[in-house]
Design a protein around this ligand. Sequence first.
Ligand code: PLP
Length: 365
Amino acid sequence: MIPMVNLKGQYHDIKEEIDSGLLEALESTQFILGPNVRAFEEEAAAYLGVKHAVGCASGTDALHLGLIAAGVGEGDEVITTPFTFIATAEAILYVGAKPVFVDIDPKTFNIDPEQVAAAITPKTKAIIPVHLFGQPADMGALLALAEKHNLKIVEDCAQSFGADINGMQTGSMGDVGAFSFFPSKNLGCFGDGGLITTNDDKMVEHLRVLRNHGSWKQYHHSELGFNSRLDELQAVILRAKLKRIDQYNDGRRRVGRRYNAALAEMGLTPAYEDGIGKHVYHQYALLADNREEIMVALRAKEIGCAIYYPVPLHQQEVFAESCKGQTLPVTESVAARVMSLPIFPELPDEQVDEILDVIRGVMVG
Ligand SMILES: *Cc1c(COP(=O)(O)O)cnc(C)c1O
């Protein structure tokens, strides 16, 4: 039996450090915006190479608060990818703006800057690139567009903690970066958690107020805010894992490369590693015309597999009205053929080979 993710191994490796940190936090009883949240914000900002990092309750909230801080609101258009998790688009709707979905690059599965350029209108206020599956989007091209048209960029880094482009971390290049610490992400906690990054001194003040009931001083509220804080106990876990994030991402890259070499030999389309920057393989996604056949064979051997994502956002029921009649051929073709294999830092080479043997069995018939 090989699962898609195995969170237990990672916990057990660092159990002592996490357990003692949690007990200490329990004894301190500083449960809301305590010392571990502050320390994690500083440690994460240093790792990511940004001036500021603000913890919040989830990746979805990080996008939502990030859009507000970037000044996106009612009547604005935000250009984004349809090939992502729904939260990317939810955040746009939460601020009263309109998501405009454009097609993706067939190799990286990330938003295609040429399609973004073609979709810019006088109402466009921002772009949300998603660094999907841990592969950096083409930030150079997007930043050039943003500068030319005076647009904000909110990077969706929910799947890309530790990915970089020439040493620039995802989440450090746009106006705002939004990270998720959902348990299965590259950097995951034991529940929900998120982080917003920015280099802007004004924006960070706004973000701290927004996440804490619009409050700049206790019982003084300057605007409508939210209860969206990173939990102190989650911060303990994140501090322990942040120290090891490079090791975790290296483990994912080891697995990813092993899949890449073997799948290419079988005539399948492996993940594309020669993209714009360093891929950290949040998911391992390949393209196969016969994915149903492969998935049946894997399941028969109790090997995990999944489709991220079977239905692009412009074809979701929630957008039935606003996206009526829209076709995005690259996205639709990818969604019809994409499938994901197990990947996590501790997955041993022997199990990767077992998975590959099952796929080879299908491919050679
Ligand atoms: C997980 C995810 C989110 C949302 O993060 P939560 O912490 O679950 O709210 C947003 N965007 C993408 C691309 C994600 O994968």
